[in-house]
Design a protein around this ligand. Structure first.
Ligand code: FAD
Length: 379
């Protein structure tokens, strides 16, 4: 989010300021971005979330031209595999409802019967399914680190500065952030402070006296191989158990929601291995019988920036401190929203209002009102 915002600010012909990105770990080893499952979908229940992902798609389609520096850009490796949301009878009303919203928003999606699913994806066991929703275009996976490095290289080329440091305090006076204090001892004055601290965002908000209900929650990703190969493309599949599964050639990648889904320490990156045995493997082996025999090759844990009010993004200024802008709380859908959000935040800074997508529904004011923004398709 920090690099996407730096990108859009420095690309804007109307921006005449300077951008400083403060980042304690330029390797991004523990950033949500680099530990992400790196996928994009248009299947959300809410038009603004669909539109944000469509903005992601537009960016991906022209990625090389948009971020190249001297003709070079990181390889994004986008694979247009689609997403397949599976449903039992109980889940069908929601699937039908969201299907209508998605079609109205221009998403290319199809509702499939269990027979159609079985015919199309012959490796799949359709027992217990009443249907599924398949993305036909623009959904799939890419290299999340390349995506971020693309924004970053171009932002730096445009003049954005990156400093290896950590924001440890904010000077707030007269209802404005005047400066950020850095762990290295420096202090940087600012007209705007944009909070892009991912799972650590609540700590940065607190430095300005603002409450943000965003906490780090562990999500483990498991990489496995299977001797029997599937001879067709596999959509990123969300089973009725909530377990997601996709191919990462030559391997497969899966994960779920921990049974005990609680806030964790910012340094706790331990993989919940029991999750694989108890939830993930049983689920994928049931849905794809050839996965009864697999070998676990690798696993990692990352942190969702989890908004406890509604698991959705918080974007825009705080009324109490209007030059403090949030770009936080993205759970598992922030990489795909980065272009739409970075662009929106840059518009707030440059024009004082949104010019392309109106992101007001995702504003900070809903936090104080305790009014959740309902999104049914959360993974
Ligand atoms: C396991 C997992 C799977 C995911 N899958 C997907 C997916 O398939 N699709 C998708 O769209 N999204 C996915 N996401 C979410 C996505 O990765 C993020 O929402 C997105 O990358 C945006 O991240 P961010 O920039 O907000 O946070 P981060 O990438 O975490 O970046 C925040 C940065 O802030 C820095 N920071 C923290 N505190 C401070 C401070 N005090 N001062 C200065 N800097 C600070 C950190 O060092 C870090 O580099 C997934 C996330 C996880 C963990």
């Amino acid at each position: 989010m920090g690099s996407a915002t730096a990108y859009f600010l420095t690309e804007s012909p109307s921006f005449d300021g300077r951008v400083l990105v403060v980042e304690p770990d330029p390797t991004y080893a523990r950033a949500s971005t680099t530990l992400s499952a790196a996928s994009i979908r248009h299947q959300f229940s809410n038009p603004i979330n669909i539109a944000l992902s469509q903005a992601g798609t537009e960016f991906i389609q022209s990625f090389h031209e948009l971020v190249e520096v001297n003709g070079e850009a990181p390889a994004l490796g986008f694979r247009d595999t689609g997403y397949l949301f599976l449903a039992t009878e109980a889940g069908m009303p929601a699937l039908r409802r969201t299907h209508k919203v998605q079609r109205a928003a221009g998403a290319e999606v199809a509702l499939l019967s269990p027979d159609e699913i079985g015919r199309r994806f012959q490796y799949m066991n359709t027992d217990g399914l009443a249907g599924g929703s398949l993305g036909l275009k623009h959904e799939g996976t890419l290299d999340a680190n390349s995506f971020m490095q693309g924004y970053r290289q171009r932002a730096r080329h445009n003049g954005a500065e990156y400093v290896k440091d950590r924001v440890v305090g904010l000077e707030v006076e007269g209802g404005k952030v005047q400066a950020a204090r850095l762990a290295g001892g420096g202090q940087v004055g600012c007209d705007w402070l944009i909070n892009c601290a991912g799972p650590a965002a609540a700590g940065v908000a607190a430095m300005a006296g603002l409450e943000l209900p965003v906490e780090p929650r562990v999500r483990s990703i498991f990489v496995f191989d299977c001797r029997a190969q599937i001879a067709q493309e596999m959509p990123l599949t969300i089973d009725v158990t909530g377990v997601h599964l996709r191919r990462e050639p030559p391997y497969f990648l899966a994960g779920g929601v921990p049974r005990e889904d609680v806030a964790v320490d910012g340094d706790d990156f331990a993989v919940r291995r029991e999750e694989f045995e108890e939830q993930v493997w049983p689920s994928v082996a049931n849905r794809v019988p050839m996965f009864q025999e697999i070998g676990l090759k690798n696993c990692w844990a990352g942190h969702y920036a989890y908004n406890t009010l509604d698991q959705n993004a918080v974007i825009g200024p705080a009324e109490e401190v209007p030059n403090f802008i949030f770009a936080n709380g993205f759970s598992g859908h922030g990489m795909q929203q980065s272009a739409g959000v970075g662009r929106g935040v840059s518009e707030l800074v440059v024009f004082g209002q949104y010019r392309t997508l109106d992101l007001a529904e995702l504003g900070y004011d809903r936090i104080g009102r305790g009014a959740p923004f309902t999104e049914e398709a959360i993974i």
